[in-house]
Each structure stands twice: as structure tokens, then as C-alpha cells.
Ligand binder design. Sequence first.
Ligand code: NAD
Length: 322
Amino acid sequence: MKKALVCGAGGFIGSHLVKRLKREGFWVRGVDLKNPEYDVTNADDFIIGDLRNQDLCDKVLDQYFDEVYQLAADMGGAGYIFTGENDANVMHNSALINLNIVERAVKQKAGKLFYSSSACMYPAYNQEDPDNPKCNEDSAYPAAPDSEYGWEKLFSERLYLAFNRNYGLTSRVARFHNIFGPLGTWTGGKEKAPAALCRKVAETPDGGTIEVWGDGKQTRSFLFIDECLEGIIRLTRSDFTGPVNIGSEEMVSINQLADMIIGISGKNISVKNISGPVGVRGRNSDNKLIEEKLKWKPTQTLIEGLTITYNWIAQQVNTKMA
Ligand code: NAD
């Protein structure tokens, strides 16, 4: 039976990935600081522990794994990574995790190792025009991410690829562009735009108003979790190292995103733009490389994923309010 390790298995993408690997017949070990928040883990073995701790990493990577997925990171939405208040923790915590994992993965001669980087590593100077952002993989340098979160991702991408070159590690690196879906953080300060807007709309009565950070003209693309998992698995099992974008090319402004969610809710709600942490003006996935290398790219429309996500968050909100 093939074995997989999922670091960050208590998180949004990690908990979904565990389910997917179980469906494929893997024996799965998960590790995280916490259990999944909204679900019971499907992992065969779930270790609660801190991957910044070297002894814990020895315990977690104590054997050969056919596939290792490194998703653990100190992260959150704009309200967490763009305020500046968490910069030191974000850099220190995530870098320590990655430094520990590469070393132990080499020691255990791990099979394929997947590392999740982020589109936040792309230079801010290419993302000033909301209608025409540039995020092809080759545009990463000269580096100028707009957050320390992005700088740490860039450092860690390079770390995994350097270990490939010098120690024969078989890492794969993907740059995720805003992944969303059910069972993701939707409240508490670490939630991202789609979940935050779904929550606001679900909490607001018909005829009410929601607040949206920024002027609402900033653009992004959003990828539904199932397509993200497909991209992760396909990349990990391919011969292509990356870095490669895993994202949608369906770019919308944040106010358009809010309008789509309001439309799904069926309520009559208006939008008020207020000042808040927003990040770059525009960002969109560029899928030429993934299509060329994996003969695959995400195709699901945003509205499909948003409908599923809104319904799940509305259910959470209603349960909380009941
Ligand atoms: P998440 O926050 O839900 O999951 C990350 C998990 O890592 C959390 O459960 C957290 O408890 C765990 N973790 C943090 N520090 C740890 C530590 N010291 N030891 C053990 N576990 C620790 O985030 P996610 O959305 O599932 O993202 C997964 C990965 O994908 C992250 O590396 C993130 O940076 C990257 N990413 C996500 C997105 C997105 O839109 N969700 C976009 C770009 C990149």
C-alpha cells in the first residue's frame, strides 16, 4: 500500500487532500498543530505537533513515504498577512517548517515531495494594473513580493529546488492563486476574500449592506478546492518540477465577486467600500505553462464553486446564530 504524508493536514487544503488520497487507497499520515476545524480527519494516523520542532519532524518523517505534501504554513487572508503585525511570525514559523522538512525528506529518501508556494511571491511592480496583471512563472525576477509572506514563499521555493539539485530530492513546486471552498476558514481574522464575503452576505438581512475592503476594483482569480487538488496530484506525479501556477484564469474585481455572492444568496444587499488591507491591485493566474507541461488546466467556472461555498458558509452561520 502506498504511503503519503500530509503536513498541514488540519488546514483547509490539507484536510481535503487527505480525503482525496484516502479515496485513492493510500495509507495517510497527517500532521498539524490542530485537528481539522470543521470535519473529522480521514487520515490513518494524525499527529498533533509543531513542525518547527526538529524532534517532531524526526517522528513524523520516521519512514519512507511515496508522496510528501508540505502545506503547513503560518498564513491567512489579507487581514493577517498585509497588516504587518504578523510579519516576523509568518517568516520565522514557515521558514523553520520548510528547513526541517527538506532535511528529513532527504534523510528518509522521500519519494515525491510537493511544496505549496503562493502567487504572493510575484513582484508587486507587475501587478499594479488591475486589468492587466502579469503572473507568468518567468516574471518572478527581479523579485519584489509585496508581503513578507511572499518573500518567505520565494525563499522556500528556492530551498526545495536547491535540495533537488544538491541532494537528489524530488520536489515539485506550485504557486497557488486564492484557493477556496467548503471547510475553509470563514471567520476569526484568517479567512480570505471569498469566505469573508460569503460570511458577510450570509449574516446580512435582505435590504442590508456589506463592507468590502478597498475600492473594490482590485482584481483576483479564485480556484475551487477540487481543481486545486487535481493540480497538486497531477504535478506531484509528473516529471515536471515547477514552479508552476495552480489557479484560475477567470479574473474578477472584488466588487464583482461580492455581487456574484449576493446574487447566489438571492438577497437584495448593497456594497460599501471601506479602507482596509488589500494587497496588489491586480492578480490573475497564467496557465500556459501548466497546460503545456501537464496537458491540463482548471476549467470550472467561479460561480459553480462559489455556489457550493456560499451554501456551506450560510449553513455554518445559521447554525451559529441558532
Ligand atoms: P491553512 O492555514 O488552512 O492550513 C495550513 C495549516 O498549517 C494549518 O492547519 C496550520 O495549523 C498548519 N500549521 C501552521 N504552522 C504549523 C506548525 N508549526 N506545525 C504544524 N502545522 C502548522 O491554509 P491552506 O489554505 O490550507 O493553505 C495550505 C498551503 O497552501 C499553505 O502553505 C499556504 O501558504 C498555501 N497557499 C494557500 C492559498 C490559499 O488560497 N488557500 C494560496 C496560496 C498558497
